[in-house]
Design a protein around this ligand. Sequence first.
Ligand SMILES: Nc1ncnc2c1ncn2[C@@H]1O[C@H](COP(=O)(O)OP(=O)(O)O)[C@@H](O)[C@H]1O
Ligand SMILES: [Mg+2]
Length: 310
Amino acid sequence: MAILEVTNLKVYFPIKAGIFNRTVDYVRAVDGVSFVLEEGKTYGLVGESGSGKTTTGRAIIGLEKVTEGKIVFQGKDITKKRARTRELNRNMQMIFQDPYSSLNPKKRVLDIVAEPLRNYEHLSKKQEKMRVQELLELVGLSPESILKYPHEFSGGQRQRIGIARAIALKPKLIIADEPVSALDVSVQAQVLNFMKDIQKELGLTYLFISHDLGIVKHMCDEIAIMYKGRHVEQGTKEDIFERPQHIYTKRLVAAIPEINPRHREKQFQFRKEVEKEYDAAYDDYFNKDGLAYQLQKISDTHLVALPEKG
Ligand SMILES: Nc1ncnc2c1ncn2[C@@H]1O[C@H](COP(=O)(O)OP(=O)(O)O)[C@@H](O)[C@H]1O
Ligand SMILES: [Mg+2]
């Protein structure tokens, strides 16, 4: 069942100039994207820096004004801020990219993790402490951590604190914006596997934002590839990694570092072919402004941005 449906979402930021500070143009950060998240699944949003991933996530959670389009969450139209009830808000939480700046350094872990609980539930101090300790145990931190401050933890541990806060209210949807990109590679896998574990345990749906295709392959059931505010391709993990159709997707897939030495030569060849095709066929894949075309359906699950035939 669909938990989130985004239709033709646009988020434009005005560019102002001159002594009258007039709007002269817009940054089309998100320029007409549509996608659906199935309950309990992980949907990956991939693209290079500046392609509009974060803005998409922020618009969904209500931190950016929607210029055009529609967002439906749990069957309710939440495009307009005032349509977002408290109940809907609590069911949608965000995990931020940088665990160093997203946790208030002046607050103890108890207060950081208890903050959403205080907004929504009337717990006694004792109940609250118990809930926070349970949450910390769930994310693999000791219950004694409640008295500590963020700087006393490593990056990976801080991200676990951020996750504990995000799941405190038992949300349905979590938007995870590059949740491990600020962490050492050695702890990335731990945090990612832990996110998978709690997903099953709590029945979470993830919108998983990343610029790292390798991580997305590990985490996601369905994937959209984003470029300059548009989706160039959408499909299942298999569609994207085994049958990429858009030249931009092929290029990203070809660039994933190959760990297995026996496949390195094959990948090197693939990369060379893709680069050649990229130069020769650029105009077949992007319009005269260098933007992606509308998505066309090539199978039940697979959509590719190609010019309309005929
Ligand atoms: N508040 C803002 N005002 C103006 N431009 C913005 C704002 N936020 C993001 N942008 C621009 O929108 C584009 C998409 O940004 P973003 O969504 O952060 O991309 P990503 O997360 O994929 O790196 C970028 O060109 C960025 O500079
Ligand atoms: Mg971003």
